[in-house]
Design a protein around this ligand. Structure first.
Ligand code: FES
Length: 106
């Protein structure tokens, strides 16, 4: 079960930019990849640095702390030192609002 939650508006993230959004004590990363919004956890799986202060290269984000790179579509770590995948989330954009499918109570 997941719940669609509005985390931001489309006009808050320009193409090539990222945004950190906190919701219920959890930090999410939203990225605008050529107009498509991708969502993942903002916390690097290596040593917990915020990925939103890293750099976006296409659909991959690089961590500013030790340089791990994650694919934001799959969450897969594509460059070390991270080895654990990043959690990613489905996104819907409706009427300029960005909704992210967050896990509900299980
Ligand atoms: S904390 Fe991200 S690569 Fe180390």
């Amino acid at each position: 079960m997941s719940t669609l939650v509005q985390l931001a508006r489309l006009d808050e993230i320009r193409p090539g930019q990222m945004l950190r959004v906190e919701h219920d004590g959890h930090a999410y990363l939203l990225a605008n990849v050529d107009g498509e919004i991708l969502a993942a956890d903002d916390t690097c799986t290596h040593e917990d640095a915020p990925l939103s202060i890293g750099a976006l290269h296409g659909d991959c984000v690089s961590c500013s702390l030790h340089g791990a790179v994650f694919n934001l579509r799959t969450g897969a770590p594509v460059e070390e030192p991270a080895s654990e995948p990043l959690r990613t989330y489905a996104v819907e954009v409706r009427d300029g609002a960005i909704f992210v499918a967050l896990p509900g109570d299980e």
